[in-house]
Design a protein around this ligand. Structure first.
Ligand code: ADP
Length: 485
């Protein structure tokens, strides 16, 4: 262990050497300074545990020296040694922060016991300082943690409000303030009853008034928005309730989704029931032999039944496609680059068959060369079959369908233009909704389930592309598919 370092500052050589001898025998390391200047330079070089300072020095007075030591080496314990100690000196030195007085002459034992006392004090002082620093650091850490928690809560999308045991608001975030029509600080330190006003918040007040200890939740409608209200008590480690946290989670989007889902299921059931009902009716006619014993009169009805069943099979296929796209969306795979031109020709050939029956031409125009695009071939085939088949289906007898491919700076553009019925402007925003079909007398006899374009939309979005529609009623429509290059 390194010995404690003692500095004795005295102009009397006898005192210095006496002190040195006594203290070195006790195992201390002693340095001597005969003047203030020497003391300064020694203190500059190394720290000392204790400085014994003579009040009267040839160059600097003891008080000035003491002041300098307290400033430069605050860890050094100081003791005034003087033969001229009087009350004034003592008061002045105490004011400067002197730790001890030892009047000259002193006995060796006195000196030793003073040094030991000072060293003990030094240790206590250092420990106190260490504790103070640790305390300061933990306070700073706590403040950071608190402000982090506050900013976290402030940013939450859910509305949060915390009340203490007395029912006073101690924390409220931005979402809650907006919901209650206040500024955040206005809510703090107010009784909860003062901030939860209005009849629509009555159920929340009732919940709080019940003094429910455990978590509770219910749905609440405020204007056109739906919230899930929950109240959770928070407790001290010993289990006593310190307060409660009220949260209002905005469920509007989820609610809307579940309404849409229910509507989807209702429409789907209807789409299933109507062809099945029709087929059942036809079977009953046949069973009852309502049209006689010969088969011929039943043939048109059977053809109709087959048509309805085909529609049903198509509907099932489309529903499966929709759910497959949804499932694949969760696990997307980047497709390899695809040369689009041959695929477009293939689709045009496929649709031409049905088109020629009604005197409709299907032409493909390709500006070459075309850039490859990253889209799955099956997806693009489905998209193009739907667009071109619709262009034929909603066309007039002897009309025309043109598929035009052209690259732009960002996209590969495919325009499918027809000379058909066109679409009413008010229906354009709904074209891609599930089961949407235009209800016009011109479309009444055209078969379809309204799922084709919703499948198209999902596949195009999955490929990072876009769809645009322009249409003039009675003249025709253009569906444009834009795929990123
Ligand atoms: P479906 O053709 O089976 O009814 P789609 O989802 O393919 O279903 O199309 C939805 C609706 O959009 C159609 O019912 C029709 O009213 C309209 N539509 C689609 N394509 C065209 C088109 N090229 N011309 C006119 N109307 C169209």
């Amino acid at each position: 262990m390194t010995p404690y370092r003692i500095l004795v500052i005295d102009d009397e050589p006898g005192i210095r050497s006496g002190v040195r001898q006594i203290l070195e025998l006790e195992g201390y390391a002693v340095a001597e300074a005969e003047s203030g200047r020497t003391a300064f330079s020694l203190l500059e070089q190394t720290p000392f545990d204790v400085a014994l300072i003579d009040y009267r020095l040839p160059d600097i007075d003891g008080l000035t020296l003491l002041q300098a030591i307290r400033k430069r080496r605050p860890g050094t314990m100081t003791c005034m040694i003087t033969a001229y100690a009087n009350l004034e000196t003592a008061i002045a030195a105490t004011r400067q922060g002197i730790d001890f007085f030892l009047p000259k002459p002193f006995a060796p034992d006195d000196l030793i016991s003073v040094i030991e006392t000072l060293l003990r004090h030094k240790k206590v002082r250092e420990e106190a300082e260490r504790l103070r620093r640790a305390h300061e650091e933990s306070l700073a850490a706590l403040a950071t943690e608190q402000s982090q928690t506050r900013s976290l809560v402030a940013c939450l999308h859910d509305a949060v409000l915390v009340v203490n045991r007395q029912g006073t608001v101690v924390l409220a975030n931005r979402a809650m303030a907006a919901l209650l029509g206040h500024e955040e600080p206005e809510l703090l330190q107010r009784p909860l009853a003062d901030v939860l006003l209005g009849p629509e918040l009555a159920p929340v007040r009732a919940l709080l008034d019940e003094g429910v200890a455990e978590r509770a939740g219910f749905e609440l409608y405020l204007g056109d928005r739906a919230y899930l209200v929950s109240l959770t008590p928070f407790r001290a480690p010993d289990g006593t309730v310190l307060g409660r946290i009220l949260t209002l989670a905005d469920m509007t989007a989820l609610r809307r989704l579940s309404i849409e889902k229910a509507r989807f299921v209702r429409t789907m059931v209807h789409e299933f029931r109507s062809p099945l009902g029709a087929v059942k009716g036809l079977l009953e006619v046949a069973q009852d032999k309502s049209l006689g014993d010969r088969l011929d009169p039943y043939l048109p009805m059977l053809a109709r039944a087959e048509q309805r069943l085909d529609g049903l099979v198509e509907l099932i296929g489309d529903l499966l496609s929709l759910s497959r796209i949804e499932a694949e969306q969760r696990d997307p795979v980047a497709p390899p680059p695809l040369d689009v031109a041959p695929l477009v020709e293939e689709v045009a050939d496929l649709c031409r068959e049905r088109a020629t029956g009604r005197g409709i031409t299907v032409d493909v125009e390709i500006a070459s060369p075309l850039p490859p695009v990253r889209v799955a071939a099956d997806d693009l085939r489905t998209v193009l079959v739907n667009l071109v088949a619709n262009a034929v289906k909603y066309n007039r007898e002897g009309g025309a369908v043109k598929v035009r491919l052209s690259p732009t700076a960002e996209w590969l553009r495919t325009d499918v233009t027809d000379t058909g019925l066109g679409i009413l402007p008010e229906n354009l925003p709904h074209l891609f909704d599930e089961f949407f079909r235009e209800k016009r007398k011109e479309t009444r006899d055209i078969e379809g389930n309204g799922l084709g374009l919703s499948i198209v939309k999902r596949l195009v979005e999955r490929a990072g592309g876009r769809l645009e529609v322009s249409s003039v009623v009675g003249q025709g429509s253009t569906f444009s598919l834009l795929l990123p290059r």
